[in-house]
Design a protein around this ligand. Structure first.
Ligand code: ADP
Ligand code: ADP
Ligand code: ZN
Length: 216
């Protein structure tokens, strides 16, 4: 099961990804999580990526693609993987397809979670993220069982620096210009399946499972 999650920032990709990978026992590959880990550890990659992430801009393709390739070569990706937040440009999608072809693999489905603009800002500014495992919560829509603590790993919940109103607006602009074209890219390959992301988290998950069972 080789899957790509697509959708604007705040659509619920990370939230659904955590549930999907638990259900299907495949690794969750989130480029955002990888960058945040590198920033926390102050690696050279983290230092470079931070300059872009803090402004709501995309990290350049040449820094991003190799990280994903390395990750996909690891043993646990043999039976499948879930990409979340990658690809984000047509260039990344083409590089991914070429790379997978070399491994005699291909993306089977691009699951697009659609949410209208008016829902996004309130989702993003109320988002809290586990510093340890990257799980996403929301102060009103999806609060943790114990305030400030992750349900999955008890890690501390923090507000992301790039979840301010100004940065979210920039990220939405970047999405429209650079990531939205991927919808046509995957539709042209007959791999695009869209689900409505405005319903409750569990309802969205049921729909996602309904789609993904075809690829088991
Ligand atoms: P969200 O899910 O809120 O849109 P992510 O956690 O996926 O955000 O990504 C956070 C930031 O990391 C992005 O705004 C971007 O700066 C950077 N980033 C993540 N994935 C990519 C990618 N595939 N290409 C370029 N930049 C990326
Ligand atoms: P993405 O990875 O696409 O940027 P997240 O999964 O981090 O999105 O979700 C963004 C915010 O919206 C989080 O605060 C999350 O708890 C909340 N959220 C996710 N799915 C839903 C939903 N179906 N209804 C309401 N809020 C949601
Ligand atoms: Zn956690």
């Amino acid at each position: 099961m080789n899957i790509v999650l697509l959708g604007p920032p705040g659509a619920g990709k990370g939230t659904q990804a955590k549930k999907i990978v638990q259900e299907y026992s495949i690794p969750h590959i989130s480029t955002g999580d990888i960058f945040r880990k590198n920033i926390a550890e102050q690696t050279p990659l983290g230092k470079k990526a931070k300059e872009y992430i803090d402004q709501g801009l995309l990290v350049p393709d040449e820094l991003t693609i190799d990280i994903v390739k390395d990750r996909l070569m690891q043993e646990d990706c043999k039976t499948g993987f879930l990409l979340d937040g990658f690809p984000r440009t047509v260039f990344q999608a083409e590089a991914l397809d070429l790379f997978l072809k070399e491994l005699d693999k291909a993306i089977e489905c691009s699951l697009l979670i659609e949410v209208p603009r008016e829902n996004i800002l309130v989702r993003m500014t109320g988002r809290r993220m586990c510093k340890n495992c990257g799980a996403s919560y929301h102060v009103t829509f999806n609060p943790p069982k114990v305030e400030g603590k992750c349900d999955l790993c008890e890690g501390p919940l923090v507000q992301r620096k790039d979840d301010t109103e100004a940065t979210v607006k920039e990220r939405l602009k970047v999405y429209d210009e650079q990531t939205q074209p991927l919808i046509d890219y995957y539709a042209a390959q007959n791999k695009l399946i869209e689900i409505d992301g405005t319903q409750d988290i569990d309802v969205v998950f049921d729909k996602a499972k309904d789609v993904l069972k075809r690829f088991e």
